[in-house]
Design a protein around this ligand. Structure first.
Ligand SMILES: NC(=O)c1ccc[n+]([C@@H]2O[C@H](COP(=O)([O-])OP(=O)(O)OC[C@H]3O[C@@H](n4cnc5c(N)ncnc54)[C@H](OP(=O)(O)O)[C@@H]3O)[C@@H](O)[C@H]2O)c1
Length: 333
């Protein structure tokens, strides 16, 4: 069968290769992959920035949707013909994240899902909401679950103000979830066109972080000088100081990404304002299932920027790298 591989670090090396046909062991299922979505992490993996010591060749990507075509001994909760997504971490069913679960992430420590067929754990798949296509469902495992975890774990955003950064995969899902959960949404982007799209989707106000670099002040102004209740922080060290300035006393920062580079961080405002900074590593299968119930209830449709065929998957990586996208980039089988 055909699979995408990273034979050496660098997008120029990405290739399609022949791989042995996978079979299901006890407690496992074989999924015929119909679509895969890309995440910023996949770019970092392919460039060698995620883990420079990662053994190669590696099959990239964590997010797939497809149909179960075989089940191994002892499998009871999944059957042939089921439409499923893989979970980002194959061994995080629920509760707190453990070290072992963190090591079960697809497309990182383990081979990923950009292949015609993949073997997943019975407990490492979730049913796809009925109203979603395979391409739409393939966008869910990393970006959507991360956004859901950031907004809902030990926090109720209803009636609160949430600040989102940029219009990539995580942030556009966060916009859709925050609005359907009853929050007010402020959003930043480096593009006025993308801001206009975010406002059309229900964001309450937006600002261009390139032309308004002190967007933290803008966010405080939008909240009568108080500050926002929650920041979904995807920039990392390059944006964290401003995120802490933008948040209210006793507010929260969900720490997710590393897009903006940068080094150093001033911890003083965190303690002076009693801010909770909570690290997010995608989310568990239980979170994925809860999110899918919300997606079904509100008939939410993921925003797909562009779909590429498998033989052009390297172009999909370059499209993501160019950062012109709004929402998710998908590879179709
Ligand atoms: N911790 C986790 O579990 C987890 C899970 C998923 C993702 N992540 C991380 O979260 C980040 C976002 O991931 P993604 O997959 O959503 O990425 P993505 O789809 O590639 O999103 C990139 C977008 O982010 C925006 N952006 C870039 N630099 C920015 C900056 N300095 N300030 C504000 N926005 C900026 C840009 O949007 P505009 O063009 O609108 O400005 C850009 O198009 C990445 O660092 C990724 O590694 C972490």
């Amino acid at each position: 069968m055909r699979a995408a591989v990273i034979p050496a670090f660098g997008l120029e090396h990405l290739a399609v290769a022949d791989r042995p046909e996978p079979t299901a062991g006890p407690g496992q299922v074989v999924v015929a992959v119909k679509a895969v979505s890309l995440n910023y992490r996949d770019l970092m993996v392919a460039r060698g920035q995620y883990n420079p010591r990662m053994p190669l060749p590696r099959v990239p990507c964590s997010d797939c949707a497809g149909e179960v075509i075989a089940v191994g001994d002892g499998v009871v909760s999944v059957k042939v013909g089921d439409r499923v997504c893989g979970t980002f971490m194959q061994d995080w069913a629920g509760g707190q994240l453990s070290e072992a679960a963190a090591k079960s992430a697809l497309g990182g420590a383990l081979d990923g899902v950009l292949a015609e067929r993949v073997v997943l754990n019975e407990t490492g798949v979730v049913p796809i909401p009925d109203h979603l296509s395979f391409e739409e469902a393939a966008t869910l495992p990393c970006a959507a679950v991360t956004a859901w975890n950031a907004l809902t774990t030990e926090f109720d955003v209803a009636g609160k103000t949430v600040l989102l950064q940029g219009t990539g995969g995580v942030s556009v899902f966060a916009l859709q979830f925050a609005k359907t959960l009853g929050a007010k949404v402020l959003i930043t982007s480096g593009s006025d066109d993308k801001l206009a799209r975010a406002l059309q989707m229900g964001a309450d106000a937006g600002v261009n972080y390139k032309t308004t670099p002190d967007w933290d002040k803008w966010a405080r102004q939008q909240t009568g000088g108080v500050g926002v209740d929650l920041v979904v922080e995807v920039g990392g060290a390059g944006t964290l100081d401003r995120s802490v300035k933008a948040v209210r006393h006793g507010g929260r920062v969900s720490l997710i990404g590393v897009l903006a580079g940068g080094t150093g961080f001033d911890p003083v405002p965190v303690l002076m304002k009693g801010v909770t900074v909570r690290g997010i590593f995608v989310g568990s299968r239980a979170m994925f299932a809860a999110m899918n119930r919300h997606i079904s209830q509100h008939q939410i449709r993921p925003v797909i920027d562009r779909v590429f065929p498998l033989d052009q998957f390297a172009a999909a990586f370059r499209h993501l790298e160019a950062a012109g996208h709004f929402g998710k980039v998908v590879v179709r089988f």
